[in-house]
Write a protein that binds this ligand. Sequence first.
Ligand code: HSE
Length: 289
Amino acid sequence: MISFKVPATTANLGPGFDTMGLALELFNEYRVEISDELIIEGCPQEYANESNLFYQAYRLGCQHIGINDKIHLEMKANIPISRGLGSSSALIIGGLCAASFLHDHRLSDEDIIRLACRMEGHPDNAVPAFLGGLTACVMNDDYPLIIRKNPHDDYVFTVFIPDFEVKTADARKILPKEISLADAVYSSSRAIMMLEALENGNEEMLRVSADDKLHEPYRRKLILGFDELKREAIRNGAISFLISGSGSTCLAISKTDELPQRMKKYLDNLKVNWQCFNLKAYNKQVTAL
Ligand code: HSE
């Protein structure tokens, strides 16, 4: 059996809608081997079959290299589902990497990224899930153009994971079909700054550039208590506070690891149950162990 792990990711990072993402130190762990029949262990029974996203990605990868076989997969899925932490990308990248690792690494990095983005529809989770680090990606006619950086070591990423889901499809439906030129300029200028601020550690640049007008103003209403939670996080030392991907998880970026303990009392008094903990960025590409 080969073993490997794929990290959780937080996409968008404010103004980098459908483009920017960051890998975090929370992982789905996989052990996989070629097998005569499909066996999937470690997930709910309803997904232990051909509809499993990991297996669908595996099949797509195998199709690409002209192979048709089955696997025995053991998975430990630590990334929560439908919470905006890249659980689908972790399965898709997992399946594509398995297809490559079990067949002499016959998928190139570019193949893996291209196939993953085709399945996912946008590159902001899939690219950092595979490459690690902080990434920005443009899919140019199915050809990925990527910037990859390591975020500044001082940043602490605090996740706030509520006990309710937000489905990406619903969070996309709520977005307007068109936006004003002013909002486009507001967000695109900040996206450029955000990439730089996350790399160079400049707090003021991060605070200003994290603000977004493409999705957060519309999606905040899907996240119960978002505005107050944001105010409280910033009052307690967060430099910026964002919706992670399409939610429901929220992400505070700060330079203190005390945010969870400082906010414990506030969170304990809310009706919704929020898990809150710190994660560091994860800067390594997926490899077979
Ligand atoms: N960029 C995507 C979105 C990430 O915000 O809808 C979620 O898959």
